[in-house]
Ligand binder design. Sequence first.
Ligand code: ATP
Length: 373
Amino acid sequence: MLNMKNLNLKDKSDKLYYIGGIVRDEILGKESFDIDLTYVGNAIEYAKNCDIQILKINEPFGTVRVLVDGKEVDIASTRKEIYEKAGHLPTVTEIGCSLKDDVLRRDFTINAMAKNYNTGEVIDYTGGLNDIKNKTIRVLHDKSFIDDPTRIIRALKFSVRFDFTLDKHTEELREDYLKNINYDMSFKRVKKELIETFNLNSQKAYDEFMDKNIYKLVTKKTVNKPTVNIENLINKYKSEINPKNIWLIYVGTLIDLTNLELTKEEQNILNEYKNLKQSTYTSDFDIYKIFSDCTTEAILLYAILDDEKNATRFLDKLKRIKISIGGEELKTIGIKPSKKYQECFDYILKEKLNNPEISTQEELKLARLFFGL
Ligand code: ATP
């Protein structure tokens, strides 16, 4: 995590500003995830003239990533943009515009403040300071969500992260957009925001996502909100979940994620869930056999959507039951390796699921019994 105090870059131009999230976070007294600077002019030329290491240049957007004191810092040129195709990346129309024009292309007032790098003066053209004071998320213009619907999820993310609420007019604009979604949008960015939002593991975010129809950005299908408290469930099994997948336990409840480009691991979790949904079981042994092959993430989805009682029974109790003898032990009691080994292990497992206290000696006894010895 980062804050402004630890950046050491010598600037002689006086045209350099901290911008966006880092200014917001400092006012809120919070650490930031990244350091964004904006230069009133061409940031790429500016960086080339500074005594700093350049890591990456994005010419069309006029941005440059540099290394300062071992930290990666993004410096953007002030720029104007237009949304030629709603829902997609904007087109840059001017690089080196005024600071005011630059902040007016941003998402919310709380993210549209700049702080002069040298003097520390905060420049607030849109009322961001006041909105921070009032814990309010407000768009900068009425077309904001039409231009970029990912902002709807960003608003959700910030509202949960800071415990802010949407300004009434912003909420109305969101409602209007969600009644008339243009699905021709960049889902890659939607996914990124969903991950950042739901990896915070917040039932509040999920309630808002479902109750206010924000989920419709992901799927056209109508989905009923499950009654299970997902946050509590995730907290209970946190140590068994990859933190990167928490979002999928929430968003996976929509089932239809065809718009989001899932990684192999993510797709695998969903497939496992779908297999669980199709499975039938009548005994603990069935549950053990079916659930043992699945990730905890898939089992939690199944708990939320289908059968919480048996899914959590597996995670809490059955999963921990293991037979302690293996092929080696069977060989030592004189049984030659064969397909029968597996049948024998299943036989012992069935007994052990009824009575988890069975000792290794008793397991060997059961093995002998199974082979008629
Ligand atoms: P975080 O703390 O999650 O990193 P951030 O505010 O720094 O939040 P970034 O995604 O790093 O968010 O974006 C940096 C800045 O760029 C934002 O503060 C905002 O001013 C602007 N921005 C980001 N995404 C958008 C968007 N979709 N539309 C308009 N402006 C945006």
